[in-house]
Design a protein around this ligand. Structure first.
Ligand code: ADP
Ligand code: MG
Length: 229
């Protein structure tokens, strides 16, 4: 299987004033295409730092991060942005749908950004929203959608470009437990279809849904666990 994410001796430190914080300390790990992995850890353990590195939003201080084979340290800002647009689909805790914009337009946006024609974008976005059970909601903006529906629109938006990796940051954090469980079921289905899913969470119960769990503590990998508990 192809490795879609490779971190090799990755260190990320932040300098605030004259104070250095080591957010990730010599992390080496690989994730293969088609895996469903949870990155788990308490607050301050380095989850967001790792997500930003995998999501091509940031580069390591030292070591290498390779996403779909490209070492992010060697890319210009524009190349990093292009890699992000092609390789990563983001799902956020607060959904982050555009305001006063229909579900359909939200899902079309990343396709239009990639230079795909309006006609094709509309067709693909409609198909994806229909697949996620939102065929009746295409023209609704976020004010007319429940939290669970908004997160499904956000997942459709993440999937529509067929990214190598779906990166979901606390995707159930703003949902009640029943709706959150439905979102996790959806991620499991997408994994069963062959998508690569990386789920970032501080919640051990949520993490238990993933067949592989990478536990972070103080910027280090404490445990890399496979198989269902
Ligand atoms: N932009 C930043 N500037 C300074 N320190 C940061 C920054 N981002 C994170 N940190 C520090 O790095 C460590 C890891 O943070 P983070 O990756 O946000 O962990 P988590 O997402 O697991 O809560 C923490 O000690 C945090 O205070
Ligand atoms: Mg965080």
């Amino acid at each position: 299987m192809a490795k879609v994410v490779e971190l090799e001796n990755v260190r990320r430190e932040y300098l605030v004033g004259d104070q250095v914080t080591v957010a990730l300390d010599d992390v080496t790990v690989a994730i293969e295409s088609g895996e469903f992995v949870a990155i788990v850890g308490p607050s301050g353990s380095g989850k967001s730092t790792m997500m930003n590195l995998i999501g091509c939003l940031d580069r390591p201080s030292s070591g290498d991060v390779r996403i779909s084979g490209s070492a992010t340290r060697e890319l210009s800002d524009n190349e990093l942005t292009a890699l992000r647009s092609k390789a990563i689909g983001f799902v956020f805790q607060q959904f982050q749908l555009l305001p006063n914009t229909s579900a359909l337009e939200n899902v079309m946006a990343p396709l239009l950004y990639q230079g795909i024609s309006t006609k094709v974008a509309k067709q693909r976005a409609t198909e994806m929203l229909t697949k996620l059970g939102l065929a009746e909601r295409l023209n609704f903006d976020r004010n007319r959608l429940s939290g669970g529906q908004q997160q499904r629109v956000a997942i459709a938006r993440a999937l529509v470009t067929s990214p190598d990796i779906v990166l979901a940051d606390e995707p159930t954090g703003a949902l009640d437990s029943k709706t959150g469980a439905q979102v996790i079921e959806l991620l499991k289905e997408l994994h069963a279809e062959g998508r690569t899913i990386i789920l970032i969470t501080h919640d051990l119960d949520i993490a238990a849904s993933a067949p592989r769990r990478i536990f972070l503590r103080d910027g280090l990998i404490e445990k890399d666990e496979r198989g269902h508990a």
